[in-house]
Design a binder for this molecule. Structure first.
Ligand code: FCB
Length: 477
């Protein structure tokens, strides 16, 4: 509905006819909102993002093999309340209705990932036809409804059989990943034109092999470094495989990026901030842009040389059609003798910034300028053709009453972040899309079902979906 139609309807409301709560919410938001979708241009893509393990459920049916997240979440004490993704949102059975909801909230793109072990139950070798068929149905449903499917090859759920061989820390992963990427892009490439190799490589290598808080739960700096290097190679190889199998496609990959500020301007804090930036923001994007690992700023990374083989430097490069940015929080750094503090800093930003910082349910600071800062940072590299915000969103406590969730705080969050995205765009940065994390509430990794990130509320006992006010807000934007 355009603004003029809305105003007409509102004047009807003024003479005593009731207006819908959605319209009311929209009216309220219009008075403070100073942009519409049109301001972002016709080519700008609006979408919602999801990930296989977080929504699909059906963890062991129709031939699916075990993934590292199945194994990890079934261990006691790893996940909040010992929850797991066995059922999650049951998207495996409800995908038709859920994709219909994508359409109902006027989103043009549905970003989802493939479960590697649904397709290759053992990670390599024999293929599970039922797994392939499932994603054909998902893709076909998107296309029938006029929604663009965007596929992420890997969003953290490695087949357990490959982890048993060393996972990302074993160089053989390069071959396994290539076979998987080749198979699925040949399978779906005629229908799907937008592909992403990885979701947030820093997160799955860092949390999975160094911090140990995500699957496979390892805490070993040696394994972490190997995992990083093999992932960097797979990132570029994956790009090349996708491009050769989908020559008319747009090939990208995604990165978790945060603005990083020193606690004070004291030299030691500034240097700590630069090192954290090297680790969190530059480690995966720079090798693919041909800049190698950021050893200049973080000399410790020189030890990566021992892992590298002749030819790797060249092999790490790939000219992606787009770079996906995923932004959730700012990091405030302070110098510490012990590197693990680097992980702690991001969790409790209020201790380092101010007691007044607005925090989400994840304990992350709401810092809208941060998304502008990371876009500006990526745009400044040469070799960046296009930037898509492949994830941004927030978890706040939601209350559902009579099927409605009045999540004003989330709407305000999106307004503030989108204003910063628009600012970047208006300044000429090549940002061409914005995907909300997430379509619906889902299994939030180690945090289980507590944080609710969705535009759509999910009642996990009945699997009932209810569009939140933020979903209506996007629908009407
Ligand atoms: C991102 C992940 C996504 C989700 C959001 C909240 O880092 O890519 O799966 O967990 O955080």
């Amino acid at each position: 509905m355009n603004r003029r139609d809305l105003i007409k309807q509102l004047s009807l409301g003024a003479v005593g006819l009731s207006i819908s709560p959605q319209l009311h919410a929209l009216y309220q938001s219009l008075s403070i909102q100073d942009f519409s979708k049109r301001d972002f241009g016709d080519r700008f893509k609006w979408g919602v993002a999801t990930a296989s393990y977080q929504i699909e459920g059906a963890w062991n049916i129709d031939g699916k093999g075990e993934s590292i997240w199945d194994r990890f979440s079934h261990k006691k004490g790893k996940i909040h309340n010992n929850e797991n993704g066995d059922i999650a949102c049951d998207f495996y059975h409800r995908y038709r209705d859920d994709i219909e909801l994508v359409r109902q909230i006027n989103m043009q793109v549905f970003r989802f990932s493939l479960s590697w072990s649904r397709i290759f139950p053992q990670g390599s070798g024999s293929i599970n036809q039922k797994g392939l068929d499932f994603y054909h149905r998902v893709i076909d449903t998107c296309l029938e409804k006029g929604i663009e499917p965007w596929i992420t090859l890997y969003h953290w759920d490695l087949p357990q059989a490959l982890e048993d061989k060393g996972g990302w820390a074993n160089r053989d992963i390069i071959g396994y990943f290539a076979d998987y990427a080749d198979t699925v892009s040949k399978q779906y490439g005629d229908k799907v034109k937008n592909w992403m190799v990885f979701n947030e490589p820093m997160a799955f290598t860092g949390l999975g092999y160094l911090a140990g808080t995500h699957a496979p739960g390892k805490k070993d700096i040696g394994l972490f470094k190997k995992a990083v290097h093999h992932t960097v190679i797979c990132q570029a190889d994956g790009g090349r495989i996708l491009r050769s199998n989908v020559p008319d496609g747009q090939i990208g990959t995604t990165f978790s990026l945060s603005s990083i500020h020193p606690k004070t301007q004291q030299k030691k804090h500034v240097e700590a901030a630069l090192r954290m930036d090297a680790l969190f923001n530059r480690l995966f994007i720079e090798p693919c842009l041909g800049l190698g690992y950021p050893k200049d700023t973080f000399p410790y990374l020189k030890t990566m040389d021992k892992i590298m083989k002749p030819g790797d430097e060249e092999r790490m490069k790939f000219d992606f059609d787009f770079h996906g940015i995923q932004n959730y929080f700012r990091i405030v750094s302070k110098f510490s003798l012990f590197p693990p503090i680097m992980w702690a800093n991001q969790v409790k930003p209020q201790k380092l910034i101010t007691d007044k910082a607005e925090l989400t349910d994840m304990g992350w600071e709401v810092y809208p300028e941060g998304i502008y800062e990371v876009i500006a940072k990526v745009a400044a590299y040469s070799g960046i053709k296009k930037i898509i915000i492949t994830e941004n969103g927030t978890a706040f406590p939601d209350h559902i009453e009579n099927g409605r969730v009045h999540d004003e705080q989330r709407i305000t969050f999106f307004k503030k972040y989108l204003q910063q995205v628009l600012r970047a765009k208006n300044e000429g940065m090549p940002v061409d899309g914005y995907f909300v994390w997430s379509l619906m509430d889902n299994f939030e990794w180690a945090e289980g079902y507590k944080p609710r990130f969705g535009l759509i509320h999910v009642d996990y006992t009945t699997q009932q979906r209810s569009i939140k006010d933020s979903g209506y807000w996007f629908r009407n934007l």
